[in-house]
Design a binder for this molecule. Sequence first.
Ligand SMILES: Cc1cc2nc3c(=O)[nH]c(=O)nc-3n(C[C@H](O)[C@H](O)[C@H](O)COP(=O)(O)OP(=O)(O)OC[C@H]3O[C@@H](n4cnc5c(N)ncnc54)[C@H](O)[C@@H]3O)c2cc1C
Length: 440
Amino acid sequence: MTRRDLLKGLTVIAAGSALPLPLQATPSMKQATQTDISRKTRVIICGGGFGGLTTARYLKASNPALEVLLIEQNRTFVSCPYSNVWLGGVDNVTLEDLSFDYLSASIRYGYEIIHEVITDIDKDAQTVTTDNQTYHYDYLVLSPGIDYDYSKLFPNAATARAVYTHFPPAMKPGSEHLRLKKSVENFKEGIFVITVPSGTYRCPPAPYERACMIAYYFKTHGIKGKVLLLDPREKPATKAKGFLESFNTLYKEYIEYIPTAEIKDIDVAKKILQIETFNHKTLSYTPRSISFAYANIIPPMKPAKLIDIAGLECNESGWVKLKAPGFQTVTHDKIYVLGDAGGHPFPKSGHMANSCGHVVAKELAARTLGKRFDIAAHLPGNICYSMVNGSPKEGIWVSHSISFSKKEGLKATSESMVQRNKQTGNAIASWYHGIMSDML
Ligand SMILES: Cc1cc2nc3c(=O)[nH]c(=O)nc-3n(C[C@H](O)[C@H](O)[C@H](O)COP(=O)(O)OP(=O)(O)OC[C@H]3O[C@@H](n4cnc5c(N)ncnc54)[C@H](O)[C@@H]3O)c2cc1C
């Protein structure tokens, strides 16, 4: 290597790091050469789902001077919303309708995207490390979604792994959904179990809507199957009246709803589930053994592992503790968390993650421009549709508005339309295409 090459190399490092070059090789120089450092103010967004994609787009739009870097492990975006409609064979929804490329969105909206797995976050050094590189950030936004917590259902790890492999939850998009779809299409006869998780989980209506769509598929394809919907609650977690009415009228012979059901054990090979139901009148438990042909076992949920990796403090329910009414973590004021991993009392939905993404983008853009932003005047909102019938298409919905006061903190108030109707059924496609074009 000539002296000229060496000088050229050093100039590149200096330009990339924006740091004065040390004269001798010191630990800080080592770090500067290993870490990708930007001259501009750089915001790294971890997770290209509903929250991350929205934040990336609108942050770059609100402050184009920022360098916005989105890190997402998957190369294709696949949607969970609308996947139950696809599962039921309703509305001619195809897998292509649920799938999008990330690159077009990044070009269109001017942020950078890289597909790498984040393995470490160093809050003091302000770096994100992936399976490929270390990146320096000035501000960090995390919207990494959820992970499954099987330990609450099956303490034996081998059982949990077997349950995941054979009966995946399909509460994360992609491969799990494909297996579920095949299981519905190849179903011959017998019991199709769906379990509703306890605690706070992603998309509260999803298991109930899924029961309706699978029952609709059985009904319209002449399949002698019955969906057994096991719920630890006394009634559905949301839109209860609307779902129960649909179960009892549209799918009387296809859905059996079992409230207060607790999973006790499973024999994966023999496909036998042991449950207990609770009788509030007699205050007694009744055991029941269920032989099933297929099961969609949805375990309790927790924030994605990345939250643990980042060492962010969580609240009593296990979700990330945030400074209300905003999205800064209590752990570090340069780190924001939104979407399903967040601990605000918001429903865990794509619409809510998208709405919060708009707010985080505005807040962070204002902060980096040295302006004030009143979050309490820009609180997010939510609407959540569920398809309950395919022919005619009929749906129900629930909406949430959020308020904030110093005394009560953040509060979500809901309003719903639980009388299934065609108007709502038809609105679902428009909602879906609208939110996808907002993010992608
Ligand atoms: C069946 C079903 C139906 C649903 N229907 C609706 C609906 O009708 N309406 C609605 O509003 N919501 C619906 N939802 C809920 C919605 O999908 C979620 O609430 C939403 O995806 C949450 O957004 P998020 O940004 O928090 O997480 P996600 O969208 O899950 O995004 C998180 C991203 O982070 C990435 N990530 C995580 N860890 C790492 C890492 N270490 N390195 C790199 N990348 C990482 C993941 O790959 C993922 O892409 C539904 C969900 C399901 C399962």
